[in-house]
Design a protein around this ligand. Structure first.
Ligand SMILES: [Mn+2]
Length: 332
């Protein structure tokens, strides 16, 4: 962010206003069954490889790990995504928008089915553009029950661009803004509720790489961003306490959209867009553990795994462990 006190920005909400305890009563069922959907999507990014993410997670033992925790696991396969080579982007400001919207609509209905079945939706990407479909599903499902949802966005980037601000036109740099109603209608109106989430219920954590015009977008939106600087200054425990208070304020719970590039490349080298200076191994797990601890996690999505850039599937194996932490795996 700009040099005018990032800490003051992150501290806009006073800690005393953020008592994490008195949440709205929740109607969430106990987590018993995890249902996974793979989305081999790479139309939203500038580099090939993240379409292999779902396979790499399966190979790294995701199902076995979840089952070993005593939970049921159902692999509901992959969403069909067109091959990048077979397509030509129509709009350079929002590349492959039609294709991405089509896949996200498909993903939305698949995730809604999982929620109706009373299972926990686990979405494995794929580039981060898929979050529009996942969040649309979770938002719509609860909107029909007159409930609001929050969004915890873990990422090295803001994903707050719009087609106007984006230097690349890659949609994976825009989904967080879209979930808050900023961007092309075809994607922002993908759910039954507009916006899918209120800006006051969104927290972005782990940011360290923003585009020049994206900073203005963040300020215009008024979304709460906790950059790596806040994590350094306040510690991950306090940052998560504040972030979780925001996503749970007046909501039934929240969705966690976890971009693996938020984690430092020393822990997760195999990601779409690696950026130095990310959260370490334990800080990343703490995000998952504290999210689980609230008992209000509505869905989890892990994105931007790029097996081509990985070292012997190290990032996929780390990602599986992170998922297990979010499902309630404990050290002791
Ligand atoms: Mn992202």
């Amino acid at each position: 962010m700009d040099d005018d006190s990032t800490l003051a920005w992150a501290s806009r909400v006073k800690p005393q206003e953020l008592d994490v305890r008195p949440f709205h009563p929740t109607t969430l069922p106990m987590l018993r069954k995890v249902a996974m959907i793979g989305v081999p999507m790479d139309l939203g990014g500038g580099r090939r490889g993240v379409d292999m993410g779902p396979s790499a997670m399966r190979i790294a033992g995701l199902e076995e790990g979840v089952r070993r925790m005593g939970l049921e696991f159902e692999d509901r396969g992959n969403i069909a995504v067109p091959q990048l080579e077979s397509r030509v982007p129509r709009d350079p400001k929002a590349r492959f928008q039609e294709e991405i919207a089509r896949c996200c609509r498909r993903l939305r209905s698949r995730v809604e089915r999982i929620l109706e079945d009373g299972a926990f939706p686990l979405v494995i990407g794929g580039d981060h553009s898929i979050a529009v479909g996942t969040v649309a599903a979770i938002s719509s499902h609860h909107h029909r029950r007159k409930e609001k949802v929050g969004l915890l966005w873990f990422d090295a980037h803001g994903d707050m661009n719009t087609p106007q601000s984006s230097p690349t036109g890659n949609i994976h740099g825009m989904p967080c803004a879209m979930c808050m109603g900023r961007g092309p209608e075809e994607l922002t109106h993908l759910g039954e509720r507009y916006p899918m989430v209120d800006v006051g219920n969104v927290a972005i954590v782990g940011v360290r790489d923003l585009d020049a015009n994206e900073r203005a977008e963040i300020r215009a939106a008024g979304v709460q961003v906790f950059t790596m600087r806040e994590i350094d200054l306040l510690g991950m425990t306090e940052v998560l306490r504040r972030a979780l208070a925001i996503v749970n304020l007046g909501t039934v719970g929240f969705h966690l959209s976890f971009d693996l590039d938020g984690t430092d490349p020393s822990v997760a080298p195999g990601v779409g867009t690696p950026v130095a200076g990310g959260t370490n191994f334990r800080e990343s797990h703490l995000v998952m553990e504290q999210a689980h601890e609230t008992g209000r996690l509505l869905g989890l999505e892990v994105t931007e795994l790029n097996p081509i850039l990985d070292e012997r599937n190290k990032t996929a194996e780390a990602a599986v462990q992170l998922v297990l932490s979010a499902m309630g795996k404990r050290i002791l």
